[in-house]
Design a protein. Structure first.
Length: 296
C-alpha cells in the first residue's frame, strides 16, 4: 500500500503535494520538472486575452514572506494552450483560469482539452475586475461554478480568499457542484519605503504569501472542513513536511506549495521525504489523517 496516494474527485495523485498556481507555472518545461515529484501541478492563471500585468516593482521579498502585485500577467488562452501541449502528463495538470463573468470562464474551457482539471481563480487580491472582486459576489460565484460545471466533466476547484466570507462562499461553491475548494490565495498587504516615503509596489498594494499567512490559511481550512463535504486543498505558507501534516489534520485532502519554490526547486521532493517518514512512523496513510484534529 502506498501511504502517500490520494484521490480527489476522479484525480488520482501519487502524493498530496501540488504546485500552486502562479509559481513556475507559465512554461511546460518548469511544469514537467516539478511534475516528476508532485502529485499534481497547477498552471499560472490564464484569461482569454494576453495581460501585461503591473509595472515593476511588482514582487518584494520580505522577512515574513513575499509580497506581489504581478496583476495576473499571462499570455492569451490560445497561446498558453499551445505551450501546454508540451506537458508530458507525468502527473495531473490543473489549469487555473481567470475571467470576469460566467461566459468568459465557459469560453476558456475549450482551449484546454489537455487539462485534467480546472481551478477557478476567484480570489486574486490585486487585479481589478477579476479574482476577489468577483469572488465576493455570492450570486456571481454560483453562476460561474454552475456554468463551468455544465460544460466540462473534469474536476473543477474554486480558489478562495481569507479576504471574503470563506465558509459562506465555500458552501455556495459546494451547492453549485464544485468538486473542491482551494484555501487560500494571497492576503492583501502593502510595503512602504521609508526613504522615498512611498509604497514600494507599483500597484501600491499586493498579495502576501509565504510563512506569515500559514496560520490564516490553516484556520480557513479548519473552518471549511467543519462545514463542507467536498475536498479542501490547503494553500498558504507551506514550506516543510510539518506544515503539510498540520493542514491535513485540519481537514485538507491535499496541499499546494508556492512561495517555497523561490528558495528551492526541490521543495516538493524534500517535503515528500519528510511526510513519508512521518506516515511510516505513525503507521498510517494520508487519508487516515484528514481532519483527524477535529476528532481529538
Amino acid at each position: 500500500m502506498d501511504m502517500l496516494k490520494i484521490k480527489i474527485s476522479n484525480l488520482e495523485l501519487k502524493n498530496p503535494l501540488m504546485l500552486a498556481s502562479g509559481i513556475l507555472g507559465s512554461y511546460s518545461s518548469s511544469l514537467n520538472l516539478i511534475a516528476k515529484e508532485a502529485g499534481a501541478v497547477v498552471t499560472k492563471s490564464v484569461g482569454l486575452k494576453p495581460r501585461k500585468g503591473y509595472k515593476n516593482p511588482c514582487v518584494i521579498n520580505l522577512s515574513c514572506g513575499i509580497l506581489n502585485a504581478v496583476g495576473l500577467a499571462s499570455p492569451s488562452a490560445e497561446d498558453f494552450s499551445s505551450e501546454l501541449l508540451k506537458f508530458k502528463k507525468v502527473c495531473p495538470l490543473i489549469v487555473s483560469l481567470y475571467a470576469s463573468n460566467p461566459d468568459e470562464f465557459v469560453r476558456l474551457i475549450d482551449y484546454f482539452p489537455m487539462a485534467d482539471g480546472f481551478e477557478l481563480n476567484l480570489s486574486c487580491p490585486h487585479a481589478k475586475g477579476y479574482g476577489l472582486e468577483i469572488g465576493r459576489d455570492e450570486n456571481l460565484v454560483k453562476r460561474i461554478v454552475r456554468a463551468v460545471k455544465n460544460v466540462t466533466d473534469k474536476p473543477v476547484f474554486v480558489k478562495l480568499s481569507s479576504n471574503m466570507d470563506i465558509v459562506k462562499i465555500g458552501k455556495i461553491c459546494e451547492k453549485a457542484k464544485a468538486d473542491g475548494v482551494v484555501a487560500i490565495n494571497t492576503v492583501k498587504g502593502i510595503a512602504i519605503d521609508i526613504i522615498s516615503k512611498k509604497p514600494i509596489l507599483s500597484n501600491i498594494s499586493g498579495g502576501l504569501s509565504g510563512e506569515a499567512i500559514k496560520p490564516i490559511a490553516l484556520k480557513c481550512v479548519w473552518d471549511l472542513f467543519d462545514e463542507l463535504k467536498i475536498p479542501i486543498i490547503g494553500c498558504g505558507g507551506i514550506s516543510n513536511w510539518r506544515d503539510v501534516v498540520e493542514f491535513i489534520l485540519a481537514g485538507a485532502s491535499a496541499v499546494q506549495i508556492g512561495s517555497a519554490f523561490f528558495y528551492s526547486y526541490n521543495s516538493i521532493k524534500h517535503i515528500k521525504e519528510g511526510l513519508e517518514s512521518y506516515l511510516r512512523i505513525n503507521r498510517c496513510t494520508v487519508d487516515d489523517l484528514i481532519g483527524l484534529a477535529h476528532r481529538s
